[in-house]
Design a protein around this ligand. Structure first.
Ligand SMILES: Cc1cc2nc3c(=O)[nH]c(=O)nc-3n(C[C@H](O)[C@H](O)[C@H](O)COP(=O)(O)OP(=O)(O)OC[C@H]3O[C@@H](n4cnc5c(N)ncnc54)[C@H](O)[C@@H]3O)c2cc1C
Length: 415
């Protein structure tokens, strides 16, 4: 694969851009792979990439029922931060955040990582205490965050209204090296690197069944026929329950639609990411100038990847009281993605009852930020058959043993 560089752009400009290669191949599936990964979202592709990069395992297929990155990866609001409360969460999210810092160089693909700073507003005394506790926990975990007062919030984000008709801004948990990245580019960058290592990314190929013998997976049934595998890795986010059912086990996970919307593009007016969890809404400005706005989850389980009016109303109401300046903006698009929620709001990276089958899911409303760390940890689990230090606490047996990694207060529906 030819490297992308300033020189390559100049060379292609001189020959009318006729020499670019396809970023990834479109292979027909082989009969058998060492590892089959179901789901070409960010987590599945990152798993493949680190299997190749860290363990030299490249006889890998990533199977995707739609187009790569077309699930939650391409539908999320791209907030990246690592200021979680519990030690195992802080460790894996901080690993991911640090990998984002060098991802463009590692993949030779501009993922537009923008560490512009993330603020989680404290709008009640309870939130002030909660976020101060998280800031102390983060200091012990080596994660750089701090609790800042309202004046600093205003300095960093002049368009915010501190008074608010319902809740004043009392401060914020601020992570200066948090930010955003271009979601599609993360998927495309990993896909290109995986294809370059000789892996097969097979799109428009739905897995419809899992074949097993004597407690071991032997392959998957797909819309393109049977594909054999030495190991199976299920990384399908909101569809984890369906795949687990095909493999014959159940998961402590629910599928729920989470919604978001964007405005028309406007001039740059906000260069931080802000989450307002009490009124419930969050916002950042994309490089195109659109205000990217995140809403809530539907109140019922479903698989509809679309938005609904009452969410727009609720979310926009919350944000207009926080940022009155946006009250005249037109909204351009809204959509939904199917997220995979666990009871403790922490992911599951786990062995399964089938010896050579592994599962990574349950990232819920906040897994984009985790993609590189999750792929790193999952690759280790798949390659060695046992979890490494990053994944050890996230096995699904924790729900049997009551060993929860409770992020429901720290994370909630926030990203
Ligand atoms: C509206 C919204 C906003 C969000 N905002 C943020 C945010 O700001 N920050 C953050 O960190 N996280 C956010 N998230 C969460 C984040 O997007 C997800 O946690 C993460 O993307 C999930 O992992 P993934 O990327 O691998 O999933 P996906 O991209 O959904 O990948 C799973 C893939 O599996 C495929 N698949 C499913 N079933 C099958 C099958 N049977 N056969 C073959 N393929 C199959 C799907 O088509 C899909 O492409 C948000 C999510 C949504 C929906």
């Amino acid at each position: 694969m030819k490297r992308y560089s300033a020189f390559a752009i100049a060379r292609e400009a001189a020959r009318y851009h006729q020499g670019w290669e396809r970023a990834w191949a479109a292979p027909t599936p082989k009969a058998h792979y060492d590892v089959v990964i179901v789901g070409a979202g960010g987590h599945g592709l990152a798993t493949a990439y680190y299997l190749g990069k860290n363990f030299g395992i490249t006889n890998v297929a990533v199977i995707e029922k739609g187009w790569l990155g077309g699930g939650n990866t391409g539908r999320n609001t791209t907030i990246i931060r690592s200021n979680y409360l519990q030690d195992p969460s802080a460790a894996i999210y901080e690993k991911a955040r640090s990998l984002y810092e060098t991802m463009s160089q590692d993949l030779n693909y501009n993922v537009m990582f923008s560490p512009r700073g993330v603020m989680m507003l404290a709008q009640t005394e309870h939130e002030v205490r909660g976020y101060q506790r998280t800031a102390f926990a983060n200091a012990l975990q080596g994660v750089e965050t701090k609790f800042i007062g309202p004046e600093k919030v205003k300095e960093l984000c002049p368009i915010i209204s501190l008074d608010g008709p319902r809740y004043p801004v009392l401060g914020a948990l601020y992570q200066a090296r948090g930010g955003t990245a271009r979601h599609d580019a993360v998927a495309w960058g990993y896909a290109r690197a995986c294809s370059d290592m000789g892996m097969d990314i097979i799109q428009q190929c739905e897995v419809t069944g899992v074949r097993s013998e004597a407690g071991q997976v032997t392959g998957v049934e797909t819309s393109k026929g049977h594909i054999g595998c030495g190991k199976l890795s299920i990384v399908v986010a909101g569809h984890s329950g369906q795949l687990a059912e095909m493999a014959g086990f159940r998961l402590p996970m629910e599928a729920i639609a989470l919604q978001a919307l964007v405005s028309e593009p406007i001039k740059p007016c906000m260069d931080v990411v802000i989450m307002a969890n009490t009124v419930h809404g969050y916002m950042s400005q994309s490089d195109k100038g659109e205000m990217v706005i995140g809403g809530g989850t539907d109140g019922f389980n479903n698989y509809t990847q679309r938005g609904s009016f009452h969410h727009v109303e609720e979310t926009v109401r919350a944000l207009v009281e926080t940022f009155p300046i946006i009250s005249r903006l037109k909204m351009l698009r809204q959509w939904g993605g199917i997220v995979d929620m666990t009871g403790d709001r922490s992911p599951i990276i786990t062995k399964t009852p089938l010896g050579n089958c592994f599962l990574n899911g349950g990232w819920g409303t906040g897994g984009f930020k985790a993609i590189p760390g999750s792929g790193w940890a999952m690759a280790e689990l798949v390659a060695k058959g046992e979890p490494g230090p990053l994944a050890a606490a996230f096995g699904m047996d924790r729900f049997v043993e009551g060993r929860f990694i409770d992020e429901s207060v720290a994370a909630g529906v926030a990203h």
